[in-house]
Write a protein of this length. Structure first.
Length: 142
């Protein structure tokens, strides 16, 4: 099969199975409050809102809403940065870290189900391909 035929087949799969593509994308995506919680749990130091904006590629307003909701739930804390009082250092609280650990466990269980369904060899190939897709989009932002 040549490249044009492969492209047409991928297009048709995308059209015919749009719901499945969305489900798969959501399964592998980390966004919104959940994504922020998971990302913060992996950070060694406190972060600024701009770090979240840059990592997720979302607006400052969306980040402000996420931070506000997570702070109200007691999952993160903010303290003013004494170098620049317009900024706040953001970090997970103990309850936030515990909640993020639970989110990670659920994500891990979901990924494990997918890997078991694919089998080790196909899962390894799929992971290799996903890494190539990520590299493509990093080098060719939309």
């Amino acid at each position: 099969m040549d490249i044009e035929q492969l492209t047409q087949e991928l297009n048709q799969l995308h059209i015919d199975h749009a719901k499945i593509f969305s489900m798969a994308a959501n399964s592998f995506a980390s966004f919104g409050e959940t994504g922020v919680m998971l990302w913060l749990s992996c950070q060694q130091d406190e972060v600024f809102a701009v770090d979240i904006i840059e990592h997720f590629g979302i607006t400052a307003g969306r980040v402000a809403n996420i931070i506000k909701k997570l702070e109200e739930r007691g999952y993160l804390s903010r303290k003013h940065n004494y170098v620049d009082l317009r900024k706040s250092n953001i970090r997970l609280t103990e309850s936030g870290a515990a909640y993020a650990a639970g989110l990670y466990e659920r994500m891990n269980a979901n990924h494990l189900q997918i890997i078991k369904a694919l089998g080790e060899e196909d899962a390894s190939q799929a992971l290799h391909i996903l890494k190539k897709i990520i590299t493509y989009f990093e080098n060719n932002p939309q």
